[in-house]
Ligand binder design. Structure first.
Ligand code: DLL
Length: 435
């Protein structure tokens, strides 16, 4: 099912013509309304008129998180405050929050794109949506909420936290769709089970999960524990919030990017060189229609790759692969680059382990060390009076991490339910080197 057939299935040529028209408009506008862009374009020796084709995009300078921080809070807004109807912010892990603003039309566009996401997930106005993304400055809660309302579905604005109450509502209100972070979905399933609730018997049929990296194996775990189809949704506050890209039920291989509103590139994170589709690199977005807070070539730090192949759903929009991680989350363990999601994939491939793990990075002298803490299953734990079983498992994990990723890690098997559970975005890495 497709929400906006006209735009989601545009032939590529027509789509590219629309993108160029919009790109020219946005560059013209930011040059004349945002001092930061005028300066940046001037320094790069490029004028809005120089943008004659989509490849001319490469002549424009990148915008980075630091640029946003330097212009905190409203310095990059392209409209007066009187036209702003909503502010959101993302806290980030370092430095100042990033503040983003929306005009009425921006909220309208966002609602439509979120409605597109729901329809891609087969959601209709007859569905009841349990929205456990946090409401507040985080874009997840309200972004999803407006999209659900646009579609005409019934929304339960439960927000994050208070897991016991969430489980009660899942039973009593019978929602058919759940939206939250994948780590929180697992947490809900687990707590429900421990309360004696048959989580597979709930009315839920589909989940729209995002806001943090997750693996395909984790998808299978969620699908099995809640008896649903789990789909991936991507977005970031700077570009809009949730709904920049969404997986479709038919394809389930990568998320369609709403390219009529966002121009996407992948670049080599070191050289900044633009990469062809299929090659892994950092995602860079240019907003084509945003009024309040347009961004030109924003470097997301998210590592992924683009798929140009047509999808059986009929959408002509390119897809992006699941995000491997952020370039700033990449761990370098004794010279080997590794993302937490790759470690997750190895762990999830081993029987006897729960999808709950934590990575602890430290330094011994000049060497970085990695400890992988992972929970073992209840059944294994109950029978584990034989120390041998645990030892064997420990050796297997150590070997697989070495064989598949080339990293040497110390493995620590921990009791079921002993690691901290997520109520929103989970943090997998504890970096003791900074302390
Ligand atoms: O997380 C927006 C969102 C809300 C997306 C709800 C999806 C669902 P921020 O807080 O600004 O916005 O964080 C954005 O989260 O740059 C990625 O690193 C990460 N991220 C978002 N979606 C995914 C995903 C929201 N599906 C940052 N897979 C992004 C992996 C994701 N990482």
């Amino acid at each position: 099912m497709i929400y906006n057939e006209d735009f989601e299935t545009l032939p590529r040529e027509a789509l590219e013509a629309l993108q160029l028209k919009r790109l020219r408009q946005v560059t013209e506008r930011v040059y004349h309304t945002v001092a930061f862009y005028r300066r940046a374009f001037d320094e790069a020796g490029v004028k809005p008129d120089d943008i004659r084709s989509l490849t001319d995009l490469r002549r424009l300078p990148f915008t980075t998180k630091k640029d946003l921080q330097d212009n905190y809070p409203f310095g990059l807004f392209a409209v007066p405050m009187s036209s702003i109807v909503r502010l959101h912010a993302s806290s980030g892990t370092t430095g100042r929050a990033t503040v983003v603003g929306y005009t009425k039309r921006d909220i309208d566009t966002w609602s439509e794109l979120m409605a597109r996401c729901f329809v891609a997930a087969s959601v209709t106005k007859n569905d009841i949506i349990h929205n456990a993304y946090g409401y507040g400055l985080f874009t997840g809660g309200l972004g999803v909420h407006y999209g659900a309302e646009r579609l005409g579905a019934s929304v339960i604005p439960i927000s994050g936290g208070n897991t016991k109450r969430q489980i009660m509502i899942l039973q009593d209100f019978g929602p058919t769709v759940i939206c939250c972070t994948p780590s929180y979905a697992l947490n809900l399933a687990e707590q429900g089970r421990s309360m004696g609730v048959d989580m597979e018997a709930l009315k839920l049929r589909v989940g729209v999960f995002g806001a943090e990296p997750w693996s395909d194996t984790m998808r299978q775990q969620i699908e099995a524990s809640l008896n649903i189809t789990a789909l991936n949704i991507y977005g970031l506050s700077e570009i809009m919030g949730p709904g920049v890209a969404m997986e479709c039920l038919e394809g389930r291989e990568g998320m369609h990017i709403f390219e009529d509103h966002f121009l996407v590139e992948t670049i080599d994170p070191v050289s900044g060189e633009v990469l062809p589709p299929g090659e892994q690199g950092e995602l860079v977005f240019t907003t084509l229609t945003k009024e309040a807070f347009p961004l030109i070539r924003y470097r997301t730090r998210d590592i992924s790759r683009l798929f140009a192949a047509p999808c059986r759903c009929g959408r002509t929009l390119y897809r992006m692969d699941r995000v491997m991680g952020r370039s700033d989350d990449m761990l370098i363990i004794r010279g080997v680059n590794v993302f937490p999601s790759q470690i997750e994939a190895v762990l999830m491939g081993i029987e006897g382990l729960e999808p709950h793990y934590q990575l602890i990075v430290d330094r011994a002298g000049t060497l970085d060390t990695l400890e992988v803490q992972v929970e073992v299953t209840e059944s294994l734990f109950a029978n584990a009076d034989e120390v041998k079983v645990l030892q064997r498992l420990d050796r297997r994990i150590t070997k697989d991490l070495k064989d598949y990723l080339g990293i040497t890690a110390k493995v620590k098997l921990v009791e079921p339910k002993s690691l901290q559970r997520s109520e929103g975005k989970i943090s997998r890495v504890i970096d003791r080197r900074k302390i």
